[in-house]
Design a protein around this ligand. Structure first.
Ligand code: PBG
Length: 322
């Protein structure tokens, strides 16, 4: 019998009752903090479009990683700004590349912190595309070998998890194969499986100077209108050996997170990307919203949608809020 027998407000009466029946709760255990590492010493260059985030030299990054770990955050995700970019992305897989050096330094200073490395070529190519070009097109199969080399060099440096974000076909299988051949069968792959061609990446591309010099990423990243294709991408990555799959961005794709959670029996990560962060920061700076409240609401929505792991530029701040 409905009203007046049913009164949902009964359980909303006090803070204690509301907490008692709360369905979704954020835990710092499932957050990942992204960092950008650059060459040099004592460098802490603010990223203008992402207030509170910096391009850090390795010494500064180690300090930041220590702080993140002491806040209780279990993992970081590393992006590199190489000293030089070229057509072949050679700095991406160099043994003494910026990410490789950074991983070594962090793993020796904070061994318990989970270090995840972004495996992609766009930060390392002079043209800004995520792969090797042939006739101004990103050539899938040539790129696979370079991505595999890059992932291997990260594993050699001590990365705990490698995370390919390039969206080439077959990259999870290529990376799994090379890792297994080199005795890294225990290194997990976090695949950016459902990665959409999104305008929400703009602040990130400013941060690492990785905007494509011509064209866009629509020949490799997903069309934002396609949900069934996204599920196919996830299914293929799981078959190829992905251990965790990711949906990216998060907010405009909560439906994809939910469908992935319902369809697959594997941990789902969601990337609360740069543009999602910057929009809120900008509105908060103008005094139009309460940042902490909005951030908790956003992150809770991502978890409620089904994300097991959340990558967010707010991770450090959230650790103090929850
Ligand atoms: C690299 C990569 C991108 C992001 C993560 N890895 C940018 C892109 O695909 O252009 C975006 C992250 C963010 O916006 O926070 N391919």
């Amino acid at each position: 019998m409905p009203f007046p027998v049913q009164r949902l407000r009964r359980l909303r009466k006090t803070p204690q009752l509301r907490k008692f029946i709360q369905e979704t709760k954020l835990s710092i255990d499932h957050f990942v903090m992204p960092y950008f590492v650059c060459p040099g010493k004592k460098i802490k260059l603010p990223i203008e479009s992402m207030p509170g985030n910096f391009r850090l030299s390795i010494d500064e990054l180690v300090t930041a990683a220590q702080q993140t770990y002491s806040l209780g955050i279990p993992a970081i995700l590393l992006f590199g700004l190489p000293a030089k970019k070229d057509e072949k992305a050679s700095s991406a897989y160099a043994d003494d590349g910026i990410v490789q050096q950074a991983v070594r330094a962090i793993k020796s200073a904070v061994p318990e912190l989970i270090v995840i490395t972004d495996v992609c070529l766009c930060e390392y190519t002079s043209h800004g595309h995520c792969g090797i070009l042939k006739d101004r097109q990103v050539d899938n199969d040539t790129t696979l070998a370079i991505l595999a080399q890059t992932a291997l060099s990260h594993a050699n440096a001590g990365a705990d998890i490698v995370a390919p974000s390039d969206m080439m076909d077959g990259r999870v299988a290529a990376i799994r194969k090379i890792l297994d051949e080199h005795n890294y069968s225990d290194i997990p792959i976090l695949a950016y499986s459902a990665k959409f061609a999104s305008a929400f990446y703009a602040p990130f591309r400013e941060a690492v100077d990785s905007a494509p010099q011509f064209g866009d990423r629509k020949s490799y990243q997903l069309n934002s209108a396609n949900a069934r294709e996204a599920l196919r991408e996830i299914a293929l990555d799981i078959e190829e050996g992905a251990d965790i799959v990711m949906v990216k961005p998060a907010l405009a794709y909560l439906d994809i997170i939910t469908r992935a959670k319902q369809t697959f029996n594997i941990p789902i990560a969601a990337y609360n990307v740069s543009g999602e962060f910057s929009l809120v920061k900008a509105a908060a700076e103008k005094g139009w919203i309460d940042e902490s409240q909005v951030v908790l609401e956003i992150l809770t929505s991502i978890k409620r949608a089904g994300a097991d792991i959340i990558i967010s530029y707010w991770a450090n701040e959230v650790a103090k809020l929850i």
